[in-house]
Ligand binder design. Structure first.
Ligand SMILES: [Fe+2]
Ligand SMILES: [Fe+2]
Length: 165
């Protein structure tokens, strides 16, 4: 699953950031569906860090690069999205502090996924069409998004390499 995610990330279309964001949303949806449709504890344990790291990376990239670049399209909606990110972050923090065998974990995960799935749906249906209609040249934003994620992926690989030592 991890290789697959990286392969997809390699084709991040820099000049079409909306497509890139939608691709990541699809990855989140796929992982979420796999989690929600499984009743096996070991599968859930394996999926949990994949989901949390993908959601976290996606959120940081949007907050740092994407949202500031497009805030002028609809600042109220962007503020609303940022608030939703904060709520998701709180649940991510709870998940990090919990043991994966804690039954509460599964409930927190479901709550987080429910929130995230609604959030990405809202971004795709309420905001992306608006942004597309604005007809901006998105290449610069796309390149910044790509660079931001490449740095995060690199940093994550380094820290897991250090842990393995
Ligand atoms: Fe978002
Ligand atoms: Fe998003």
């Amino acid at each position: 699953m991890e290789t697959n995610m990286n392969e997809k990330r390699g084709t991040f279309p820099a000049d079409r950031p909306i497509e890139a964001l939608t691709q990541e949303h699809t990855m989140v949806r796929d992982l979420a569906n796999a989690y929600l449709s499984s009743d096996k504890a070991d599968i859930k344990r394996e999926l949990t860090p994949q989901i949390t790291s993908l959601v976290e990376m996606h959120s940081r990239m949007e907050e740092t690069v994407f949202y500031p670049a497009v805030r002028n399209i609809d600042s109220t909606m962007i503020s609303h999205f940022e608030e939703e990110h904060h709520k998701v972050d709180d649940l991510l923090q709870t998940l990090k502090g919990a043991s994966p065998d804690d039954p509460q974990c599964d409930q927190t995960m479901r709550q987080m996924l429910d929130m995230v799935l609604r959030h990405i749906q809202e971004e795709e249906t309420q905001f992306f069409p608006k942004l597309e209609r604005a007809n901006l040249d998105m290449t610069d934003i796309g390149l910044q998004m790509q660079a931001f994620e490449a740095n995060l992926v690199h940093a994550a690989a380094q820290s897991s390499e250090q842990r393995a030592r």
